[in-house]
Design a protein around this ligand. Structure first.
Ligand code: ATP
Ligand code: MG
Length: 569
């Protein structure tokens, strides 16, 4: 393609609403334009990247035995009513009526649509297993669309759904998709981790999120470099500490001390000159309307997703000040486990604690040398603390690494939730009618494009991984008016095209500095600079990622570029 004819509107300034590098750079480099909140035009360069991402996904999904379909984006309400999600899905679903007054939604996900297709066609175990996928638009009226394509209201998703005769077969396919996703993101040249994810209300242990590692990621994850354990912090487990032997021999006598106006953990820690690790934090939560007292070491935080899972609740929140008074009869800020009316659930971090500080249950006082077991009973030790970097791996004990990540894919074993609700059954070998066992597997195609930039950029612009770059090579004739320069540039351009390389030639009559800036901004992996030495048949190759430059003879250029691209893959 010729730059002079291409629609690549680059710009100097970042859009005012762009908070993260990928959003700024994709706009500045002419890949996307904002239409309205959460809605984007994807321009030619962006479309090329999307098509390459889709191609990798298609190849790997097909190789894994899945089959592509195209289902309507307009979803009839009846299907969502049948599954029970028409009301439950909430405001993210965009609903509308047709001219006859019938209700529809713009599909935010397609479990209902696919289950409806399969229940009508699949009758017997002989028709199974089946894995169907589509790559298409999804609509979610996100409460806070932001970060450009990262959290949009209309976006492209690859969604796959599989159907099985048994739980074991669904499990087999789950791991097949796990491997497939790992291949997909590796091929795209992204640094990623598959983390154990919270399964929410469905429960069970089969859910992994694929996270592209990037500082601006909305999710946090921990992983173990030794044994490979990886989990989102909403789910990551703690290694349960042993109760120290002879712990009770260290017990000192409990005392009440005046701590006027001192409430927060840091204040208590400063005032009494003890580290926050020696202060007990007591929190009152409301789980599905019932009070729950949770104790945790002063320097740690409760992870509400874990708390929710431990208590099998569907709604978890901190109690209000009035509720705390009502449930405990104690003032907030001085809550004490000693003499508390509620049973105390203590996080694992409390197990090794001895002679610690806790509230005294009355305004202006704390207790020192408190010990669980002696001064109050722990109803149960539970794992509810948010795991942080440096904590021991729950599998092997090595220190965990904590990073931020962008969720680009999600695989989930659904079981029979949808098939039961929608009467999707099959007849098994013994003639018995059973619900289909399902799995679902999504990839955010447009989000992958943003995530790739988030992981690969510098102060000059984007640095595309070769596999998903809009072009692999850009040829830059420094001065288009010089015949020997333009002649050689054209020659190299034609040869590269013939060799099957995706190449762009910057044939614009513009200052060299201007063209170099654009080339860096757009992020094409290899630049061929044709300048002063054109007459001698020598050009310069520049690797965008490293900035490395080298002079190359015209006769070796194709081979050199091939090798370079190979190395960069
Ligand atoms: P999130 O927690 O980020 O909202 P989700 O759990 O709602 O994601 P899924 O329903 O699992 O996402 O959708 C599958 C994939 O679609 C996600 O892994 C993500 O890559 C992508 N995705 C979801 N919502 C959006 C969005 N608003 N904009 C762009 N991509 C999205
Ligand atoms: Mg979401």
């Amino acid at each position: 393609m010729r730059f002079s004819k291409a629609f690549i509107p680059t710009m100097k300034e970042s859009p005012a609403d762009a908070e993260i590098p990928s959003h700024k750079l994709l706009v500045r480099a002419g890949f996307i334009r904002k239409k309205a909140s959460g809605l984007y035009d994807i321009l030619p360069l962006g479309t090329m990247v999307i098509r390459k991402i889709e191609r990798i996904i298609r190849e790997e999904m097909d190789r894994a035995g899945a089959q592509e379909v195209i289902l309507p984006i307009m979803h009839p309400a009846e299907l969502w009513i049948e599954s029970g999600r028409w009301e439950v899905y909430g405001k993210e679903m965009i609903k509308f009526k047709d001219r006859h007054g019938r209700d529809y939604a713009l599909g935010p996900t397609a479990e209902e649509m696919i289950t409806d297709l399969v229940r009508k066609e699949v009758k017997s175990y002989k028709d199974l297993p089946l894995n169907l996928y589509q790559i298409g638009r999804k609509f979610r009226d996100e409460i806070r669309p932001r970060f450009g394509l990262m959290r949009a209201r209309e976006f492209i998703m690859k969604d796959a759904y599989s159907f099985h005769a048994s739980d074991e077969d669904a499990e087999r396919e789950y791991w097949n998709m796990y491997e497939t996703y790992s291949r997909i993101f590796s091929r795209m040249g992204l640094e990623f981790r598959a983390v154990e994810a919270d399964t929410g209300e469905i429960g069970g242990k089969f859910s992994h999120e694929f996270m592209v590692i990037a500082d601006t990621g909305e999710s946090s994850l921990v992983f173990c470099e030794k044994c490979g354990y990886a989990a989102s912090t909403e789910k990551a487990e703690q290694l349960k500490p042993e109760e120290p032997k002879g712990r009770d021999k260290e017990f000192k006598s409990i005392e009440k001390v005046a701590t006027p106006g001192i409430k927060r953990i840091e204040e208590v820690s400063d005032f009494l000159n003890v580290p926050p690790q020696k202060v007990l934090k007591l929190l009152i939560y409301v789980v599905d309307g019932k009070p729950v007292a949770v104790a945790i070491r002063g320097d740690r935080e409760v992870e509400e997703a874990k708390l929710k899972a431990v208590f099998r609740g569907s709604e978890v929140r901190l109690a209000t000040d009035e509720e705390i008074e009502k449930f405990t009869g104690q003032p907030k800020g001085y809550l004490s486990p000693v003499g508390l009316k509620l049973p105390v659930y203590a996080d694992f971090t409390v197990i090794p604690m001895v002679n610690f500080v806790a509230g005294a249950g009355e305004e202006g006082y704390h207790l020192i040398n408190v010990n669980w077991g002696r001064d109050f009973e722990v109803k149960e030790f539970v794992d509810v603390a948010r795991v942080v970097g440096g904590d021991p791996c729950p599998r092997c004990g090595s220190p965990l690494v904590e990073k931020r990540g962008i969720e680009v894919g999600h695989i989930f074993k659904l079981g029979t939730k949808y098939s039961e609700a929608m009467g999707a059954t099959f007849v098994d070998e013994s003639g018995e009618e059973k619900p289909l066992v399902m799995g679902c597997y999504g990839i955010g195609v447009t989000r992958v494009m943003a995530a790739a930039v988030e992981q690969n950029y510098d102060e000059n612009g984007i640095i595309w991984p070769v596999e998903i770059a809009p072009f692999e090579v850009i040829v830059i004739p420094v001065n288009v008016k010089r015949e020997e320069v333009m002649g050689l540039a054209e020659e190299i351009y034609e040869e590269l095209k013939k060799a099957g390389v995706d190449v762009l030639i910057d044939d614009r009559n513009a200052r060299p500095g201007f063209k170099f800036k654009d080339a860096d901004l757009i992020g094409i992996p290899v630049q061929v600079i044709v300048g002063k030495k054109a007459q001698e048949g020598i050009v310069e190759l520049k690797v965008r990622k490293t900035g490395e430059r080298r002079e190359v003879e015209k006769s070796c250029i194709i081979e050199e570029i091939h090798n370079l691209l190979q190395d960069l893959r």
